[in-house]
Design a protein around this ligand. Sequence first.
Ligand code: ACO
Length: 362
Amino acid sequence: MQGLEGVVAAETVLSEVDGQNGRLIIRGHAVEELARHATAESAAHLLLNGFFSDLPNDIGAFARAIGEARQEAFSLLSPQLQGIASLPPVEALRAGLTLLADGNDLATAIRLLAAPAVLTPAIIRLQRGETALAPDPSAGQAADMLRMLTGITPSAASTGALNAYLATVSDHGLNASTFTARVVASTLAGLGSAAVAALSALKGPLHGGAPGPVLDMLKEIGEPDAAEAWLSGALARGERLMGFGHRIYKVRDPRADALKAAIGRLSGVEARTDRLALAERVEAAALAILRQHKPDRALETNVEFYTAVLLDALHFPADSFTCVFAVGRMAGWLAHAREQELTGRLMRPQSRYVGPAVKEAA
Ligand code: ACO
């Protein structure tokens, strides 16, 4: 009850999370298919289709509109970048998104898809003491993000891996951040307000804040042979192993394997895949230890575990992982926000009062 387990709070055409069988369907497509073939733009188009009467049918036109919006976001936000980059990356992204004009139209949605892809690499570069790089509106969202991050035109393999990631995380039922987006959207506050609220929910360590700690864990373990002792020690201290366990999945999270396959397809000089072998050994050790530690619970690998390995391979720093998650999940937040807005119904549940009774006057 405290976590609303099993409560159905919305009807959606957007995604189905089948936790018993480890399947994720996003608008009629298995997540494994999207991970192999979709781009950030095609996944967003799939999710937003039918929610805006002026959404271009052509994905190329939609991608160009997002590219132009990246350029506009860079011009608008450049003067503020230095100030917000003093904050931790996810807080800086949150601050950046609040500077955008709000609304309920397609232009607002496109601005919100574009801005995090500009802000994330800009914040990372400024925090490293480098200058922020301007977007290329003619590039795809994933390729442009990688170039704005590293200053180098990325390989097709790196672009493909980031597209696989962004499509894989684009939507996932009524998770905490998407629920938040729907609640805010139901008040007709605007898509920007829904997105900022959703990002605020995402950043918590029990939700989208986990992959940074996963990478910290892999770095601390360092050697495959050190995994078992490190993991047992963490559990003995009462800590949770980041990247494992899920409220809905009682079997392996299908996104973990989709991302692991994407890492396997990565190659080229600019990608760093050396942590994959360590991650596989740590995962195997963690699953074995969790089975002993909680034999009555099905604690399996979740999406965050291989998110950490993939984004590290693409040179995103650990403290920016939640921002990259938000770049992909923005499509789902916006689609759910629009779906909720179009119901025309304010979300207003009830609580049961269990506090003290009114004291009768003596
Ligand atoms: N490591 C160790 N123990 C765990 C873990 C874990 N990763 N996950 C759950 N448990 C234990 C809990 O301590 C609890 O034990 P108890 O019954 O003795 O109190 C039991 O398993 C069930 O825990 P719940 O919190 O009820 O499980 P729930 O399904 O609500 O939690 C959650 C899901 C929050 C994801 C949890 O598994 C967790 O904290 N995982 C680590 C953080 C993480 O990876 N988050 C990313 C999730 S994916 C996403 O949001 C994008």
